[in-house]
Write a protein that binds this ligand. Sequence first.
Ligand code: FMN
Length: 187
Amino acid sequence: MKKSITYFENSGEENTDELISLVKDRLKGSNIKYVAIASASGESAIKLANALEDVTIINVTHHAGFHGPNQLDISEDTRSKLKNMGVVTFVGSHALSGVGKGIAKQLGGLNPVEIVAQTYRTFSQGIKVCAEITIMLADAGLVPVGEEIIAIGGTGHGVDTAAVITPVNMTKVFDIKFHEIIAMPRD
Ligand SMILES: Cc1cc2nc3c(=O)[nH]c(=O)nc-3n(C[C@H](O)[C@H](O)[C@H](O)COP(=O)(O)O)c2cc1C
């Protein structure tokens, strides 16, 4: 089997539109029914929802309090705009930091989950994010385990990475399967 991967010269949000069009191409003629995207503000998720049809899109924003007490990174307006486009926005604890990060922050020491996260980041920030949101959504019952989906992530803002993944629950973290990288930054 031969497949192509697109490598962006630089990471970051300037790759968002092209990334979305590559995902659209990958979906043509495929059986993939779910596309998960990490879009903190919801802006990249809106672009995705405008581009795709006939798939279920689920948006993941940061957990509440990521940028300040009781704050969500997505506005009510954007969340309901997405809802009207058929896109659910999930808010929950980050699978690849979780309580372990809180313990390490307050008490110091090593957080093994962070080692998993950092290892994924050796490919790209987005690869880590793809794994993380896939597990979060599997645990929320919003994507099926054992069925290939596309996950999309980025580097801080916008999106620059997409992969075909079979989701697992967090209890089976090392059984997650990355089948294909559709695109990622090369830097
Ligand atoms: C749960 C979650 C975890 C994230 N983790 C990281 C990360 O570790 N590194 C990173 O560069 N970006 C991270 N992001 C940012 C996303 O990859 C993406 O760039 C961003 O959510 C796009 O949001 P926008 O549509 O508002 O621009 C994370 C986002 C979410 C929702």
